[in-house]
Write a protein that binds this ligand. Structure first.
Ligand SMILES: Nc1ncnc2c1ncn2[C@@H]1O[C@H](COP(=O)(O)OP(=O)(O)O)[C@@H](O)[C@H]1O
Ligand SMILES: [Mg+2]
Length: 247
């Protein structure tokens, strides 16, 4: 089994707050791996460290076997490692297709000017991926008028537009109604199985993550508490005490 992400002994503090302490974990290539833990346990911080959003204090982060902890967000994204955010980052005034296009790297110019630079293939791929996430009919609507759940689906499609080999998803189902959640789980599984994208997913919804991930890590107080299959994690007394019991 090869690994796509290798985190080894990573620590990160903000002032006096230790957000991650000596965290080591790995994401196997081609899998869906989960990350759970109470609020404030350091999950988002770890994602930010992996994608180069801020420097780490110590440790090593490897992507496809090469060290990336000194690289910028843009350099890491170019290698095919991308993330989505807890809060969606779409332009409400633009429609779905336009948001898809400007999610591609473009030269420093106004986003409206940038839209003129994309090729017909770019437009076709945007349409195809919007269809994949179930937003084809709504692709010409102002994105600000989509429901929150639809905006999350759009953000997922925008990440796919960049053809990642690995995607980090921060609470993809948060704030989405149950009907859309099932559709989203299905899309995440298909992105993994059909497009071969390795997924690393932070998730609060236990039904979702147990259904989605084959391997799950649990953080508590910034430290790795446990790792295992969904079955092992659900029955791990430390995880129950620190997280599931209060859930
Ligand atoms: N940019 C930041 N500045 C200061 N403290 C931060 C920052 N980001 C995160 N933290 C702190 O680090 C800890 C872990 O936060 P976070 O990684 O967001 O946890 P989680 O995603 O598991 O809820 C929290 O105590 C949080 O307040
Ligand atoms: Mg978080």
């Amino acid at each position: 089994m090869t690994t796509t992400i290798d985190v080894s002994g990573v620590s990160k503090s903000f002032g006096g707050v230790v957000a991650n302490r000596e965290v080591s974990l790995s994401v196997n290539t081609g899998t869906i791996t989960g990350l759970i833990g109470p609020n404030g346990s350091g999950k988002t911080t770890l994602f930010n460290s992996i994608v180069g959003y801020h420097p780490i204090d110590s440790g090593s982060i490897k992507f496809e076997s090469s060290e990336i902890s000194e690289l910028s967000v843009q350099q890491i994204a170019r290698r095919g490692l991308l993330r989505t955010f807890q809060q969606t980052r779409i332009y409400g005034a633009m429609n779905g297709v336009e948001n898809m296009l400007i999610s591609l790297p473009h030269r420093k110019m106004s986003i409206w000017d940038a839209l003129k630079t994309f090729t017909r293939e770019d437009y076709e791929r945007a349409d195809h991926l919007l269809e994949f996430v179930g937003l084809y009919e709504k692709r010409m609507l102002k994105s600000g008028d989509l429901s929150f759940g639809q905006q999350k689906l759009l953000e997922f499609a925008m990440a796919l537009m960049n053809e990642p080999t690995c995607l980090l998803l921060d609470e993809p189902t948060a704030g989405i109604n149950p009907t859309l959640i099932n559709g989203l789980i299905d899309r995440l599984k298909r992105a993994n199985s059909e497009f071969g994208i390795t997924l690393f997913v932070i998730e609060h919804n236990m039904r979702v993550i147990m259904n989605l991930a084959e391997n799950i890590y649990c953080l508590a107080h910034g430290e790795l508490l446990a790792q295992g299959t969904p079955d092992e994690i659900q029955n791990d007394q430390r995880v129950i005490d620190a997280y599931l019991g209060a859930h």
